[in-house]
Design a protein around this ligand. Structure first.
Ligand code: ADE
Length: 220
């Protein structure tokens, strides 16, 4: 799978070159490239933003550098194009799985007060928020998206990890334990040593239901 990140701060993307995603890139399972759309501005001072028409709203990223950058890297609009913004539907695990089926995704990271809406309407296919809070820019949200989606790309992680984890079947994952058997006076649940697979499965289902009820109670 190929990712192209449009950003004014390509140097922020070190995490995507590290650990699991770094290994997957080296193995050719992922291709992640950062493009600085400032390189496409026609402004002689290399400016990419201007004052908002809304009084007091600060600087807004202008259409021209972003539109020309897209024309250069995806002239026929073959890629799926996403703009990261808090003013958007919140990313869900179901959407993460769907997005993993695209061959090429372009992600635009906003900064400052936002991006001129006309370039979003004209050039992008989807807007995504990562949660109900505002960050200083779209770079960290873009990294969250790339990480969450890339896990579903063949060969990136052990596929068994994807079936027993939070959000699968709408439930959160049960707690995990490792050695020692007793730590700080707290013992690992006895059933996990029983060798009784049915009893262990029952414990996992009940523990998972309890965690889900505690942190994601059904709205009544
Ligand atoms: N940019 C700033 N905050 C954001 C958020 N919560 N989601 C996506 N993009 C953002």
């Amino acid at each position: 799978m190929r990712w192209t990140i449009l950003t004014l701060f390509p140097e922020m993307f070190v995490p995507l070159k590290t650990s699991i995603l770094g290994r997957a890139s080296k193995a050719g399972k992922l291709q992640i490239e950062m493009v600085n759309f400032r390189d496409y501005t026609v402004d002689k001072h290399r400016k990419v933003d201007d004052h908002s028409y809304s009084p007091g709203a600060g600087l807004v990223l202008a259409c021209q550098p972003i539109a020309d950058c897209l024309k250069a890297i995806d002239p026929e609009h073959k890629a799926h194009r996403i703009f990261m913004t808090p003013a958007a539907p919140i990313l869900s695990q179901d959407r993460v799985v769907e997005l993993s089926h695209y061959e090429h995704i372009i992600v635009l990271c906003g900064h400052y007060e936002g991006v001129d809406q006309r370039v979003i309407d004209a050039c992008f296919d989807e807007v995504i928020s990562i949660g109900e809070y505002v960050l200083t820019g779209g770079e960290i949200p873009a990294m969250v998206l790339v990480d969450a989606v890339s896990r579903y790309v063949d060969g990136v992680i052990n596929q068994d990890s994807l079936t027993m984890e939070s959000y699968v079947d709408g439930k959160l994952e049960y707690p995990q334990y490792t050695r020692p058997r007793v730590w700080n006076g707290m013992a690992v649940p006895e059933v996990l040593f029983s060798g009784n697979h049915a009893a262990i499965q029952k414990w996992k289902d009940e523990a998972s239901a309890a965690v889900t009820e505690k942190y994601r109670p059904k709205k009544k």
